[in-house]
Design a protein around this ligand. Structure first.
Ligand SMILES: NC(=O)C1=CN([C@@H]2O[C@H](COP(=O)(O)OP(=O)(O)OC[C@H]3O[C@@H](n4cnc5c(N)ncnc54)[C@H](OP(=O)(O)O)[C@@H]3O)[C@@H](O)[C@H]2O)C=CC1
Ligand SMILES: O=C(CO)COP(=O)(O)O
Length: 338
C-alpha cells in the first residue's frame, strides 16, 4: 500500500484517484480551486465532471499543495497541459530528491514545443518523471470498465513500480521506455479527434471517420518517428489505440468540441459547451509548428488549424483534404523493378 498525492481534481484526476483507492492506496487529492475542494469534501463526488463516481470517505481532498506532496510515495499530475508548467513550478519546493511524478495529461507547450514530462523535468529537476497514457476515458475508468494503459519511465524499475501501483483486474498496465513516443501520440491524437468530430458534425459517415483515423496515425507516426519516438509506440495503445477511442467515443471532449464546430459553432462556443479541457485546441498550433520544423507533411493538422484559427469553413477543409494532389498511400512502397 502506497501514499499517493494526486494533483488536479478534474474528471481524469478524480477517476484515477478512485482507481488508486480501489487498489488499496492512501490517496490525497489536491485542487487549485477552493470551491472544488469544498464541493468534493461535502458531496464526495464530482457532480459536474464525473457524476455517479463516489469518492471514499478516507480520501483526503485539500487545497494545501504541500501536504499533498510531502512524504508521498509517488505523485500523479493530472492538471490540463496549459497549467502543467505553472503547477510544476509551485510543486518544486515540496518535491523530494528522486520522488516519482507520473504525468497523466496530454499536450505540447505552444511556446516551447516541449512535451509535458520535459517541462516538469525543467521545473522540478530533482523529480523522477514518468507518464501514463492510453485509451482511457475517465467516465469508463470511474465505472470500473476494463481499460488498458501504458506507463512510460526512464528506468525499468520506476516503470514496473508504477505498473504495480496502477494495475488491477479492470485496469491493465503495460510498461515502455519510449516516453517521447507516448507523449507525442497522446497529444497529437487530440488534434485528429477534433477533425473526426468535425466530420461527425458535418454529417459525414463511418468511411470518413476510418479515413481520418488511418491517415491521422500516419501523420502522427511520421512526425513522431522523426522526432525520436518509436514506431512500435505509434502502432500501440498510446498511439493508434488512443486515437481510435478519442475519435469514436461519446465521452471524448475533443470529438465533442469538433462535432459542435462541424455543426457551425465557433471554437470558443464549442469549448464553453464542453466545459472540460479540450486539449486538441492547445496542441493544434504546436503540432503544425513541429511539422514545419521537422519538415513533415501533416495535412489534417493543417486543416484543423485553418478551421480553428483562420475561420475556414469545416466543409471546405474536408473538401481540400479530399482534393489534394493524388499520391501513393505509402511512398516507401515501390513496384518490383523500380
Ligand atoms: N478526462 C479524461 O477522460 C482523460 C483526460 N486526460 C488528460 O488529463 C488532463 C486533465 O483532463 P481532465 O481531467 O479531463 O480535465 P478537466 O477539465 O475535467 O479538469 C481540469 C482540472 O484542472 C483544474 N484547473 C483549472 N485551472 C487550473 C490551474 N490554473 N492550475 C491547476 N489546475 C487547474 C480544474 O479546476 P476547475 O474545475 O476549477 O476548472 C480541474 O480540476 C488533460 O490533459 C486530458 O487530456 C487523459 C486521459 C483521459
Ligand atoms: O485522452 C483521452 C482518452 O484516452 C481523453 O480524450 P478527450 O480529452 O478527447 O476526452
Amino acid at each position: 500500500m502506497a501514499n499517493v498525492g494526486l494533483l488536479g481534481a478534474g474528471s481524469w484526476g478524480t477517476a484515477l484517484s478512485v482507481l488508486l483507492h480501489d487498489n488499496g492506496h492512501n490517496v490525497t487529492i489536491w485542487s487549485i480551486d477552493e470551491r472544488e475542494v469544498k464541493m468534493l469534501n461535502e458531496k464526495r463526488e464530482h457532480e459536474l465532471k464525473l457524476p455517479g463516481v463516489k469518492l471514499a470517505d478516507d480520501m483526503v481532498i485539500t487545497g494545501d499543495m504541500e501536504s499533498a506532496i510531502r512524504g508521498k510515495d509517488f505523485l500523479v499530475l493530472a492538471v490540463p497541459s496549459p497549467f502543467t508548467r505553472e503547477t510544476a513550478r509551485k510543486m518544486r519546493p515540496f518535491v523530494a530528491e528522486g520522488q516519482i511524478i507520473v504525468d497523466v495529461a496530454k499536450g505540447i507547450e505552444e511556446s516551447t514545443l516541449m512535451t509535458l514530462s520535459r517541462q516538469i523535468e525543467q521545473e522540478i529537476p530533482q523529480a523522477d518523471v514518468a507518464v501514463l497514457s492510453g485509451p482511457s476515458h475517465a467516465e469508463e475508468v470511474g465505472r470500473r470498465l476494463p481499460t488498458t494503459c501504458v506507463i512510460g519511465a526512464k528506468s525499468r524499475k520506476t516503470a514496473e513500480y508504477l505498473q504495480s501501483m496502477f494495475i488491477s483486474r479492470v485496469f491493465r498496465v503495460y510498461t515502455s521506455p519510449d516516453i517521447l513516443g507516448i507523449e507525442l501520440g497522446g497529444s497529437l491524437k487530440n488534434v485528429i479527434a477534433l477533425a473526426a468530430g468535425i466530420a461527425d458534425g458535418l454529417g459525414y459517415g463511418d468511411n470518413t471517420k476510418a479515413a481520418l483515423i488511418t491517415r491521422g496515425i500516419a501523420e502522427i507516426a511520421r512526425l513522431g518517428v522523426k522526432m525520436g519516438g518509436k514506431i512500435q509506440t505509434f502502432t500501440g495503445l498510446t498511439g493508434i489505440g488512443d486515437l481510435i477511442v478519442t475519435c469514436a467515443s461519446v465521452h471524448s471532449r475533443n470529438r465533442k468540441a469538433g462535432y459542435l464546430i462541424g455543426q457551425g459553432k465557433t471554437m470558443q462556443e464549442a469549448m464553453d459547451e464542453v466545459k472540460m479541457v479540450v486539449e486538441g485546441v492547445y496542441s493544434a498550433k504546436a503540432a503544425a509548428r513541429l511539422a514545419r520544423e521537422y519538415e513533415v507533411s501533416m495535412p489534417i493538422v493543417d486543416e484543423v488549424n485553418a478551421v480553428l484559427f483562420e475561420g475556414k469553413s469545416p466543409a471546405e477543409a474536408v473538401d481540400d483534404l479530399m482534393q489534394r494532389e493524388s499520391r501513393s498511400e505509402n511512398t516507401s512502397l515501390t513496384w518490383d523493378g523500380e
